[in-house]
Design a protein. Sequence first.
Length: 287
Amino acid sequence: MTAIESLLAELIDYAGLYPPAALDMHTAVRKYLEYSNGAHRRALGRFVIDLARFPYLWDAAGDYVRGLRLTVIAAPGADWSEVHRLIDKGYVIESIEIKPGAPEEITAIANQLPAGLTAYFEVPFDAAPKWFHAVEASGGRIKLRMGGIAAEAFPSPQSVAAMLEELAHRRLVFKATAGLHHAVRGRHAVDCAVGGRPGGSTAVMHGFINLACAAALLYFGAEADDARQALEEEWPRSWQMTPEALMWGEYSWNGDELGEVRRQFFAGFGSCSFQEPIEELEAMGWL
């Protein structure tokens, strides 16, 4: 594959049900089905839905429901037998995302999940080592919350770089969520729905290209300070994308290397918009 194909392969899990988009089920499913048949379908990952909303999914998707690739958000105290039941009914649940209240909950949860289901456990950026030990022991992965609908929800580049360094050292796979529908770091409105409607407050949001670059740096042995600089970069033209490689400063990664980073370290990110990341890459001339 070309470098951009390796970078984008199933990169974006579509979370249109969640803020700031907060679409209704019918609209979110319709959009996901459109994207799955669109020109950039290779960049599309799973449809994100919380366990409690499954009763509404069939009504919205109809006969297409068993063709939807799903990632499920569930509370730590969820009825895990329900997940088994849904899989037995034919729902294509590929991964599950959980925010445990304590590291001790991780093992108990993992022991109740269906075999073969990829589990992502959301951990705080100041997580103690016992969090990572618990995820490693469970065979799970890490979920990082990169923003939200308030400025204070966005972690600093230093915090993100330190976390990625820890994960790279442990070779723990991670996915990211929230506030990543922009390609490159910059200031944007945080309290409006995606699509340009005005909002009152703004924040400097992380870019998913910045994050991918920082992940590649640390995966291949660079220092945390290099990753921090990549996360802080706000000039789109500081990156170059050719069919052969992604380049930033003195660093470059070919398609095989980007594919390895995506498979072994940076699994992708959830976004309430699929179209906006694609449009920004088109504006950069990458697509």
